[in-house]
Every structure is written in C-alpha cells, then in structure tokens.
Design a protein around this ligand. Structure first.
Ligand code: SF4
Length: 424
C-alpha cells in the first residue's frame, strides 16, 4: 500500500494509465466491494474517514452524500457531478489527476453514484484542459467497453451513465450551483440555498457535486479502509493532500503529502526555499481567495481547521509565494482584476465594487493614488465581506486584499507618498 495513493502509480510524463494498467494496480477493485455494500453504510464509511472537500470548502464528503434522499418515493433520476472546472489562480492539482489517472476519478464517481443511488454522472471540465479532455474521454470509452459504465447491469458496473461536459470557461462554474446552471444551459449564476443540490440540484433532482481530488480519494478509502486512510494524515483530516507551490521558489511543483504537513516544510523542503537573490515575504495558501500567511506561521499544519485557526483558509492547498522583489500592490491588482473580470454580475456590490477596487489599486500602483484611497479600499472590504453579497466570490476576493493591506501597508503608503511604484 502506497503512502501516495492518488499519484503513486502515475507516470512522470503524465501520460494516462490505460484501463489495463489501472486494473493491474488494483483499480476497479474498490467499486466491486462498494457495490456489495448498502448505500448508507458506504456513506458512513466515507464520513468516518473524514475525507473533506478538496475543492476548498472542506465539508465532510460522506456527510454531504447523506443529505441525498434515498427513500423509495424520493425523486429520480439522481446525479453525481465531478467539478473539474479548476480555475483558481495558482491551482493545477486536479489537472494532474485528470491527465495522469482518469480511471481513478471514474471509479470514485461510480462509488459516489452507488452511495447516493445515482443513475447519471457528469465530469464538468475546464475548457482549457485539452489534454485532460482527451484522456478523460478515452478513459470513459474504455470503461464503457469493459462494462464498468452503461446501463447493462450484468457487467461489473452498476448501470451508471457517464458524460463529459466541457465548460464554456467561467470561474463561477467552480461554484456548485453556478456549475449546475451552466450544465442546464443557463447563465452561470449561483442559486440561493437552501434548497441544496443534494435535495434539488441538476434539473431539480438530487445531485452531489464533488471536486476531482475528493472523488479520487474515494476508491482508496473503500479498498483499504478507514483506519488506514486516517493513518496517512498528520492531522484530524483524513488522507493525503496534493499541495502545490508557485512563485520564485527553487522547485515550484505539486506534491502528494500527508494532510497536515506544516507550511514551512512545504516551502523550505519541498519547494526548496527561495531562489537565489530573493527572500520570502508571504504566501497565499490555497488559491487567490485566501488570506496571506507569513514566515511566523511556518509551523502551521496545512489542514482545514489549523489554517482557519491561523486566520486564513486551506482552500485548494496550492500556494502562491510572494517574494521581496515583487510589488505587493501590483500582485493584489493582478488578483483583483481576475475577480472583477470573473464576477457574474448578479449582485450589485460585487458587480460595481470589484471594478472600483481595481481602479483604486491601479491608481496607487501607477503613482496616482491619494491618501484617502486606503479608506476607499477598506470601505470595499467591509462592503463586499461575507453576508453582503449573493455568493462567496466577492468576499473571497477581499481576503487577500484585507490581509495585504495589513501586511504591506508601508508599501501602499510609499506608493502614494512617492507617486510611483518603488519596485520599478
Ligand atoms: S458575489 Fe459576484 S459572483 Fe457572486 S453572485 Fe454576486 S455578482 Fe455574482
């Protein structure tokens, strides 16, 4: 049993494992076992493993599944959707799984489908992931040919139909209800909750939406058991985690490591520390919508609860490191431009507020900022915070800005005082 269940069998060049190779490494063994289990027992097993949503939400996966009504008169059909719309800046972990071992995802979706008694499954894929698209498409075809997928229940499958849907390319589709609207052919705006998708999701039917990395964990839990899975972790959250690092580190990359690996170990050992001539300043730990962490927090275990206690969020676990020669005002401008562009425009504070934040940051970065601009930014952080907007995009956009204003205040004030960017 490998300590890297998600990536241990992958090829270094990310060419995909064929069905035969996947089966040879133990693939599709877990789904045979899962199909012999009662759906509720399967949900309970995944719940006890403490597999938490790897898309960034961190919700207990088995608990999420348990909200799907399974009574005889409960609505049908039911759906399982793999959220493969990986658009968080700096995130590339699901891409590795999609390209390198697509059958692992398919098996995870089959098990999830049995747990919620779903008849249809969709892979909702980011449209730029062309290589992943080819690999997933081929793997689905192989799984149909082998009888794992399809309505024929005489084979090793459970009558599940699986479809690949390539997204039209919006960040909002990563939010599960925006994704469901998009899958229905509508504008990708979020839905109000409740009802949650587990009760009323795709076309108003019970639907479970899980991230790719989350689903890829499921076969290993079923195959090797809850205690083994929990034992992989260095924290209370089960399993391993795909951690990534980008920025001016010596070895940017992606690593499968025990959940709860400390921040300092990831940056100094795995990423090799900073490149010569650069010093560490801060890190955005889990995609663009998380608060900065600093060197004083290198001892923080990178799991959902520990990072929250430290004042940020684990998010996707794919980190962006800021060095001492990168202008933090420019970096924040870059992030906020992304969020302003990706705002779906549904609610006024986000639609109007984010472009104003961008305009203010751009003025400061270009040396045309006024002292009052700091107040303008703080006012927007307050006005776009949690509870003030329809979904979490705008509050997420404010997280790096809020911590950035606190950490890099001197840089902001120097831009305004000197009327120029001191990093240029
Ligand atoms: S917060 Fe932004 S992304 Fe979310 S609903 Fe409002 S406008 Fe759309």
């Amino acid at each position: 049993m490998t300590e890297r269940p998600l990536t241990g069998t992958m090829r270094p060049d990310r060419s995909p494992l064929s069905l035969t190779e996947y089966e040879r490494s133990g693939g599709y063994r877990a789904v045979r076992k899962a199909l012999r289990m009662e759906p509720r027992a399967l949900q309970q097993m995944v719940k006890e493993s403490n597999l938490r949503g790897r898309g960034g939400g961190g919700f207990n996966t088995g608990l999420k599944w348990s909200f799907v009504p399974l009574e005889d008169d409960a609505p049908r059909p039911r759906y399982v959707v793999a959220n493969a719309d990986e658009m968080e800046p700096g995130a590339f972990k699901d891409r590795l799984l999609l390209e390198g071992n697509p059958h692992q995802l398919i098996e995870g979706m089959m098990i999830a489908a049995h747990a919620v008694q779903a008849e249809h499954a969709y892979v909702f894929l980011r449209w730029e992931y062309k290589r992943a698209e080819r690999h997933v498409k081929r793997a689905i075809a192989e799984a149909y040919d082998a009888g794992y997928l399809g309505r024929d229940r005489s084979g090793p499958g459970a009558g599940l139909e699986m479809h690949l849907h390539v997204s039209a390319g919006r960040y909002m589709c990563g939010e599960e209800t925006g994704l469901l609207n998009s899958l229905e052919g509508k504008r990708a705006t979020p839905r109000s909750k409740p009802p949650y998708p587990q009760v009323s999701g795709l076309w108003g039917r019970p639907t479970v939406v899980n991230n790719v990395e989350t689903l890829a964990n499921v076969p290993h839990i079923v195959d090797h058991g809850v205690e083994w899975y929990k034992g992989l972790s260095r924290s209370g959250d089960g399993g391993t985690k795909l951690y990534g690092a980008s920025g001016r580190v010596k070895r940017p990359g992606l690593w499968e490591l025990p959940m709860g690996t400390p921040l300092g170990e990831l940056i100094e050992e795995r990423a090799g520390g900073m490149r010569d001539g650069f010093s560490f300043r801060a890190v955005i730990p889990g995609g663009a919508s998380t608060e900065f962490m600093t060197e004083e927090q290198f001892g923080v275990k990178m799991d959902f609860d520990s990072v929250t206690e430290a004042g940020s969020r684990l998010g996707t676990g794919t980190m962006t490191v800021i060095d001492d020669k990168t202008c933090p005002v420019g970096a924040l401008l870059n992030l906020e431009q992304f969020f302003a562009q990706e705002s779906c425009g549904w609610c006024t504070p986000c639609r109007e507020g984010l472009p104003w934040v961008v305009k203010t940051l751009r003025a400061i970065e270009n040396g045309q900022g006024e002292p009052e601009d700091m107040e303008v930014l703080e006012m927007h952080i307050d006005g776009l915070w949690l509870g003030r907007t329809f979904c979490a995009l705008a509050p997420g956009a404010m997280e790096p800005l809020k911590s950035g204003l606190r950490l890099f205040r001197d840089d902001f004030e120097r831009h305004i005082r000197e009327g120029r960017c001191p990093y240029r």
